[in-house]
Design a protein. Structure first.
Lengths: 91, 395, 314
C-alpha cells in the first residue's frame, strides 16, 4: 500500500466533509443502540444514514471533479483534517 | 470552541493518591440515573444557552469507570436525545475520560469502548516508573503487612491495550514535592512504554518545600539532556518544554484568564451545577461549594458573570503583573478560590511561582541546546516545519 | 482611600439603602465604643455619619456625638432640625415637613410602580431625593419594561420642574446628567461602617446579613481582606461602564453573583434604564434651550447590560 499526497482542499471544504464524517460516525454508533422497537426514531435514523451517505459521496465527487486529483483503479482518497491535504492510498 | 460538561458520576475511587486534591472522596455519593437524565434533559432543552459548536461530555470521579453501567446508559441516552432533538451537538461530540486505568481491561469497559470508539478520548494516568508512580498512587487499602499498596502494576498492564485502541494516547503526570527527584526517569519510562505525549504539571496547592525549585530545575535540565541527546524530540513530546513560556505579558493585549471555569459545567450526584469540578464540595479544603444552579431550577446566570469577566490583571498580585517570565504560568480558579483570603475567585494563588521560574530556566536551556544541535546538524528548518505542538494541560 | 465612617448607633438604626434591618431588639452601641469610634474617625481623618434608630437617644449619647463634626441620618419618626438626611421607609409621609430636606425614600418596586405619581410633589419641595428600590434584584423582564415607563413619566415631571425654574436633584434622573465619572456607594473603599457590636463592616448590610462578616474591630483596627476588590479598577464590568449614577452595591453584588466586584444583570439593567432616561431628559431640556453646556451628551447605547459586551473589552 502506498500513500501519496495528491492535493489540498480549502478549510471551508474540509469543514464540510468533517461535519459529514462526524455525523456519519454518530449515526453508526447510534445504530448500535437504537432498535426497531423505537419505530419513529429508527426510521429517522435510517433516512438520515442514507441522506448523510449521499452527501458524503457527493462531496468527494464534487471535489474530485473540481481538483482533478490523481486516482488509481483500486485506490482511495483520504483527507487529513488537520492540514486539509488529500492523499491517494493505492496498492 | 467546545463546551465541556462534566458528570461527577462517583466520588469513590480504588486509590488514595497522596496528592489528590479531592479531599472529600467517599463511597456514598454515586450519581443516580434520574439525576443524570435530569441534567441531560436540562442541558439539551436549553440549546440557545449552549451555543458552542462542539461538546465534550466528560466523566470524572473518583474513578469514573467504577460506574461504567451508569456511564453506558448516559452515553446511549445522550446519543439518542441529541439525534431525536436535532441538536447541533450530534455532529460534533466526544465522550472524555480520565481514568486511573485499573479497570480498563474489564469486559464492561471494553464493550463500552468498542461501542463508542469513534467518539472517545481516554487518558490513563500513569506517573512514570514504578517507584515514582507508587510513591503517590496507592490503593486505599494497604497490603496485609500494613505497607502501602501501589497501583503501578495494575495500570501498566493495560497500557499496551490502551495504546492499541488509542495510538496517540497521552498521559497526564502530576508533580508534587516528593516526586521531584523522579521526574527524568519517569518521563523516559513513559516514552519507553510507547506513550509519545506526556503532559505534566505541578500541583497548584501550597505544598512546596524550600529548595524544591532548585531540585526541579535540575531534574528538568537532566531530562532536557536526555531528550536531546537521545533524539526523542522528533517523535515524543513533553509539555514541560514550550517555546511560548517565560516571556513578559502585555497587560492589555494578553489579559485573558487562564482557566476555563465558568465556560465549563459540572454536575454532581446531588444534581448541583458547578463552574468546574474543582468547585464541588469534595474538591475544597477551606471553602463552601460554589453552586451555580441545579438540574431542577437550571443555571443562575448571575453566578457565572464573575467567571466570564475574569481577566489576568484583575486577579493577579503586583508581582505577577510585572513578572518578566509570566507567560505559561498557570493557575486553577478552584484552587485560587479555595486558598483565597475571602470567598472570591479574584485572588490568584501563587504557590507555584518559584516552580514556574525554575521551569522557565530549564526550558530556556532546552531550546538553546536543541536549536544549537539542530543548527550544527543542518536540521533546524526541517524540525521547525514538522515539530509537534503540545497544548498546555493544566488541570 | 477611606473618607467616611458610618456609625450605626443602634441595632434598629434605620436602613438608608437596599438592605433591610433584621434586628428587632434595641441595642445601643456602648458609650465606650461610640467614643472609640469617634476617635478612630478623628485619627483617620474620616467624615462621620451617624445612623439613628426611631427613638430618642439618651442625652449622654448626644453629648458624645456632638464632640465631632458629623452628619446625621435619621428616620422620619425622629426628624428634627439636626437631621441631614431623612429616611422614609414608606409612602405614608407628609411632604410639607420635608421642605429643603435631603430625603431617601426606600420602596419596593411594586410600591414605586403604584405610587410614583406622588413623587412630583415631593421633588418640588425637597432639596434632594434618593429613591432606593429595595428589591431591585428581583425585578423581572416585564418589571423592567414597566420601570422604563415609570422613569419616562418621572422624567416629564422633572422636566417641568426645570421649566418652572427649579433645579430638582433626583438620583434616578438628574445625577447622571451632572456627573463626569462613576459616583457609587464605594463601601469598603472610601466608606466603612462601625456596628453597635464594636466591629467594622464594609457596609451596614454585611452586618445585618451576618455578624461574622466583620473586617476588624476597634481594638485591632481595620483588616479588609482583598480590599482592592472594592475599588472600581478591580470591577471588570463596572470600570468600563458609564451608568455613573449606579449605586454599584457591593452587598447586592455578593448576594447575587457571589463576588463584591460583579453586579447582577438586574442591577446593571436598572441602572442603564435610569441612565437612558437621564439621556432622554437631558436631550429634551437641551431642545428647550441651553442646559448644562459644559457636560457631554450621554451617548446612545445598544445594550442595557454591559456584561453583554464585556468580552469585547478583553
Amino acid at each position: 500500500m502506498t500513500r501519496k499526497l495528491v492535493g489540498q482542499v480549502t478549510p471551508e471544504e474540509k469543514n464540510e466533509i468533517q461535519a459529514l464524517f462526524e455525523r456519519r460516525n454518530g449515526l453508526n454508533e447510534l445504530a448500535k443502540v437504537l432498535t426497531a422497537d423505537n419505530a419513529e426514531l429508527y426510521e429517522k435514523l435510517v433516512a438520515d444514514m442514507g441522506e448523510t451517505g449521499t452527501k458524503f459521496q457527493n462531496w468527494w465527487d464534487r471535489m474530485a471533479q473540481k481538483y482533478n486529483w490523481e486516482s488509481s483503479p483500486n485506490g482511495n482518497w483520504e483527507i487529513n483534517f488537520d492540514t486539509c491535504e488529500i492523499f491517494l492510498n493505492a496498492e | 470552541m467546545a463546551k465541556n460538561i462534566t458528570f461527577i458520576v462517583t466520588k469513590d475511587c480504588q486509590l488514595a493518591c497522596k496528592y489528590c486534591y479531592l479531599v472529600g472522596k467517599n463511597e456514598k455519593e454515586q450519581m443516580s440515573w434520574e439525576t443524570a437524565k435530569a441534567a441531560i434533559d436540562y442541558i439539551l432543552s436549553h440549546e440557545d444557552e449552549f451555543r458552542e459548536e462542539s461538546v465534550i461530555w466528560d466523566f470524572i470521579g473518583g474513578e469514573p469507570f467504577m460506574e461504567i453501567d451508569l456511564i453506558d446508559k448516559i452515553c446511549d441516552y445522550l446519543k439518542t436525545e441529541m439525534f431525536r432533538r436535532n441538536h447541533h451537538w450530534f455532529n460534533s461530540y466526544r465522550f472524555s475520560f480520565s481514568t486511573n486505568g485499573i479497570n480498563y481491561h474489564t469486559p464492561k469497559v471494553q464493550e463500552f469502548i468498542k461501542k463508542n470508539i469513534s467518539h472517545l478520548s481516554i487518558g490513563i494516568t500513569i506517573d512514570g516508573t514504578e517507584r515514582k508512580h507508587d510513591l503517590n498512587r496507592i490503593y486505599k487499602q494497604s497490603n496485609p503487612d500494613g505497607s502501602e499498596h501501589g497501583s503501578y502494576r495494575d495500570v501498566v498492564r493495560n497500557i499496551p491495550l490502551w495504546l492499541e485502541q488509542f495510538p496517540g494516547g497521552a498521559t497526564k503526570v502530576t508533580i508534587s514535592s516528593p516526586d521531584i527527584p523522579y521526574i527524568k526517569e519517569s518521563v523516559l519510562h513513559l516514552y519507553s512504554l510507547g506513550i509519545h505525549e506526556v503532559n505534566i504539571n505541578c500541583v497548584f496547592e501550597d505544598v512546596w518545600q524550600e529548595g524544591d525549585d532548585k531540585l526541579f530545575e535540575d531534574q528538568l535540565m537532566q531530562l532536557a539532556d536526555a531528550i536531546i541527546d537521545g533524539g526523542y524530540y522528533t517523535d515524543y513530546a513533553c509539555s514541560f518544554y514550550s517555546e511560548n513560556i517565560g516571556k513578559p505579558l502585555d497587560p492589555e493585549l494578553e489579559n485573558q484568564n487562564w482557566c476555563g471555569a465558568g465556560k465549563m459545567l459540572a454536575v454532581d450526584a446531588a444534581g448541583m451545577f458547578y463552574p468546574c469540578t474543582r468547585f464541588a464540595g469534595y474538591s475544597l479544603r477551606e471553602k463552601k461549594p460554589l453552586i451555580i444552579g441545579n438540574v431542577r431550577d437550571g443555571i443562575d446566570k448571575n453566578k457565572l458573570r464573575p467567571f466570564l469577566t475574569l481577566d489576568r490583571m484583575t486577579q493577579s498580585p503586583d508581582k505577577c503583573k510585572t513578572c518578566e517570565v509570566a507567560s505559561g504560568c498557570a493557575w486553577c480558579q478552584g484552587e485560587n478560590y479555595d486558598a483565597a483570603a475571602t470567598s472570591t475567585v479574584y485572588q490568584r494563588a501563587t504557590a507555584i511561582c518559584l516552580m514556574h521560574k525554575a521551569r522557565v530556566r530549564a526550558n530556556n536551556y532546552y531550546w538553546n541546546k536543541l536549536y544549537r544541535k539542530l543548527e550544527l546538524e543542518g536540521q533546524r528548518e526541517q524540525y521547525e516545519k514538522n515539530k509537534r505542538e503540545v497544548k498546555p494541560v493544566d488541570c | 482611600m477611606l473618607q467616611y465612617l458610618v456609625i450605626l448607633l443602634d441595632d434598629t438604626s434605620t436602613s438608608y439603602c437596599h438592605y433591610g434591618v433584621n434586628k428587632k431588639e434595641r441595642r445601643l452601641i456602648s458609650l465606650d465604643h461610640l467614643r472609640q469610634g469617634i476617635r478612630f474617625g478623628m485619627v483617620e481623618n474620616l467624615m462621620i455619619q451617624f445612623v439613628y434608630p426611631d427613638y430618642a437617644l439618651p442625652q449622654e449619647y448626644l453629648d458624645v456625638i456632638d464632640t465631632i463634626d458629623h452628619s446625621n441620618i435619621k428616620p422620619m419618626a425622629v426628624l428634627d432640625n439636626d437631621t441631614d438626611i431623612v429616611v422614609l421607609n414608606s409612602w405614608d409621609y407628609d411632604a410639607s415637613k420635608l421642605k429643603d430636606a435631603v430625603v431617601v425614600l426606600r420602596t419596593g418596586w411594586k410600591q414605586l410602580n403604584e405610587n410614583h405619581g406622588m413623587l412630583k410633589d415631593l421633588l418640588a419641595v425637597v432639596q434632594r431625593l434618593n429613591v432606593v428600590i429595595t428589591d431591585v434584584e428581583r425585578m423581572t423582564d416585564s418589571d423592567r419594561e414597566q420601570y422604563k415607563t415609570v422613569l419616562a413619566s418621572l422624567g416629564k415631571e422633572v422636566e417641568q420642574l426645570y421649566v418652572d425654574g427649579k433645579s430638582p436633584q433626583f438620583n434616578l434622573l438628574t445625577d447622571r446628567m451632572m456627573l463626569t465619572a462613576m459616583n457609587n456607594c464605594n463601601a469598603g473603599d472610601t466608606t466603612i461602617t462601625l456596628a453597635p457590636n464594636g466591629k467594622f463592616y464594609t457596609c451596614p448590610a454585611f452586618y445585618y446579613e451576618e455578624e461574622s462578616n466583620s473586617v476588624g474591630d476597634l481594638d485591632s483596627g481595620l483588616d479588609i481582606k482583598n480590599k482592592q476588590l472594592y475599588r472600581l479598577d478591580h470591577a471588570p464590568i463596572c470600570r468600563k461602564c458609564d451608568a455613573w449614577q449606579c449605586r454599584r452595591c457591593t452587598w447586592l453584588n455578593r448576594k447575587t453573583t457571589l463576588e463584591v466586584n460583579t453586579p447582577s444583570h438586574e442591577q446593571c439593567v436598572a441602572a442603564h434604564l435610569e441612565r437612558n432616561a437621564s439621556r432622554d431628559l437631558m436631550l429634551s431640556l437641551r431642545s428647550k434651550g441651553t442646559f448644562l453646556p459644559d457636560k457631554e451628551e450621554i451617548k446612545e447605547l445598544t445594550y442595557l447590560d454591559p456584561f453583554e459586551i464585556a468580552t469585547q473589552w478583553k
